[in-house]
Design a protein around this ligand. Structure first.
Ligand SMILES: [Zn+2]
Length: 344
C-alpha cells in the first residue's frame, strides 16, 4: 500500500501520459495478487503486475532502495483502503470466514451496465460454491448506467426464474435472488413503483447523486433507511479512491437507526470503493447493525473482490451473526419478510 501511495503522489507531480500511467498503477495496486517485496525476493519482474511497465518498475525499484519520506502523509481521499494481497493473508489465518460466506449480494448483469449474462454471473458464483447471489442491476433513474424500468425488471425476473428452474433441475442448490440497486434521491426516495419492488426478493438502495456536498448528510441516511422499500443501503459513503471523499454523517446515529429498523448497511467490495470501510464498520459493530457484503461486480471475474469485504469484517471484528450473507437462503428470505412486514 506504500507503493500505491507513492504511485498516486507521483501521478500528482507528473502531467499527461505519465500522470495517467502512475494513477492507473496506483489503482491497480489493490488487485496485485502478491506483495512487491515477495516478487523481488524471488527475482521476478514487477511487470508481471497489472499496470506496471518497465518505466514504472524502474521507479518502484528506486523507491525500494531509498524509501521517500512523503509516503507518511496519506490524504483522506486515499485512506483506509485494503489491498488484495493483504486481505488474502488476513483470511488465510482465519479460514472460517470464507467458509461462512454463502453468497454475494450486489452485482450487475447485461441488463444494466454489467458485461456478464445472469447465467454467467450464476456460474461464476457456483464455482465459488455460493448458495445464492443477488442480481442488482441499476434502476431507471440512473440512465448513465443503463438503469432499467419496471417493464424491463419484469422481463429480467422471468429470465432469473428460468435460470433457477434449470439449476434446480440439474440437482444443484443455488438461487439467483431477484433484486435491484435502486437509485435514491438525496431525500431518500426511490425511483421504482413499490408494487414492482414487492415482486423482488431483496431491494438495495444507493445514492448516486449529490455526493460531493460537504455538510452533514445524516438526515439523508435516516430518510433512506426509513424508506419502506429498502432492505440494504448500498455503498453508504459514496467514496471513490483518489476521486471522491464520500459523504459526511453522524455514523453512530445512522448505524443505530439501521439497527433499530433491522436493515443492513453494505460493504461494497469494489476495490476503489471499499465502502463501508473498516473504521465505519467498527461503529456498525458497536450498534449491532446488520451488514451485507457485495462485490458490485460488473464482470464474472470480479466476484473475487469479495475478499476485500471479508477481510474488512475480520479487521473490524464484526460479529458473524450480524452478516446477512452468512445466513442460509431461507433465513435470508425470512429476514427480508420480517423487514417488509415491519415497514408496512
Ligand atoms: Zn451503485
Amino acid at each position: 500500500m506504500d507503493i500505491a501511495e507513492l504511485l498516486a503522489q507521483q501521478a500528482e507531480g507528473e502531467t499527461g501520459v505519465l500522470s495517467r500511467a502512475f494513477r492507473r498503477a496506483a489503482r491497480s495496486a489493490f488487485l496485485w495478487p502478491e506483495e512487491i517485496s515477495d516478487l523481488i525476493a524471488q527475482n521476478r519482474a514487477l511487470t508481471e503486475l497489472r499496470s506496471v511497465g518497465p518505466f514504472i518498475e524502474k521507479q518502484i525499484r528506486t523507491w525500494l532502495e531509498k524509501r521517500p519520506a512523503r509516503v507518511e502523509t496519506v490524504p483522506a481521499i486515499r485512506q483506509d483502503f485494503m489491498w488484495l494481497a493483504e486481505a488474502r493473508r488476513l483470511l488465510a489465518d482465519r479460514p472460517a470466514w470464507r467458509k461462512k460466506l454463502r453468497g454475494d449480494l450486489q452485482m450487475h448483469s447485461r441488463w444494466s451496465d454489467g458485461s456478464g449474462t445472469i447465467g454467467e454471473m450464476a456460474n461464476a458464483a457456483k464455482e465459488r460454491s455460493y448458495e445464492y447471489i443477488a442480481i442488482t442491476d441499476h434502476s431507471k433513474g440512473l440512465k448513465i448506467a443503463g438503469g432499467i424500468d419496471e417493464r424491463a425488471l419484469k422481463r429480467q425476473q422471468a429470465e432469473i426464474i428460468k435460470e433457477n428452474v434449470a439449476t434446480s433441475k440439474s440437482g444443484q442448490e443455488f438461487t439467483v435472488l431477484r433484486s435491484i440497486e435502486m437509485n435514491l434521491s438525496p431525500r431518500g426516495e426511490g425511483d421504482m413503483s413499490p408494487e414492482s419492488l414487492l415482486q423482488l426478493d431483496l431491494v438495495l438502495g444507493s445514492f448516486h447523486s449529490s455526493l460531493r456536498v460537504l455538510d452533514d448528510q445524516t438526515e439523508r441516511y435516516l430518510a433512506a433507511l426509513r424508506n419502506p422499500d429498502i432492505h440494504i443501503l448500498g455503498h453508504p459513503r459514496g467514496r471513490i479512491y483518489n476521486f471522491r471523499i464520500g459523504l459526511r454523517a453522524d455514523w453512530s446515529r445512522v448505524c443505530a437507526e439501521a439497527a433499530k429498523l433491522d436493515k443492513a448497511l453494505e460493504i461494497d467490495c469494489y476495490p476503489d470503493r471499499q465502502d463501508l470501510n473498516v473504521s465505519l464498520l467498527k461503529i456498525a459493530r458497536d450498534h449491532g447493525t446488520r451488514i451485507s457484503v457485495g462485490t458490485d461486480a460488473h464482470h464474472p471475474w470480479q466476484l473475487e473482490f469479495i475478499d476485500l469485504g471479508l477481510a474488512a469484517m475480520v479487521r473490524a471484528k464484526l460479529s458473524p451473526q450480524r452478516i446477512i450473507n452468512f445466513m442460509p437462503t431461507e433465513d435470508l428470505k425470512t429476514w427480508i419478510q420480517q423487514v417488509r412486514d415491519r415497514s408496512r
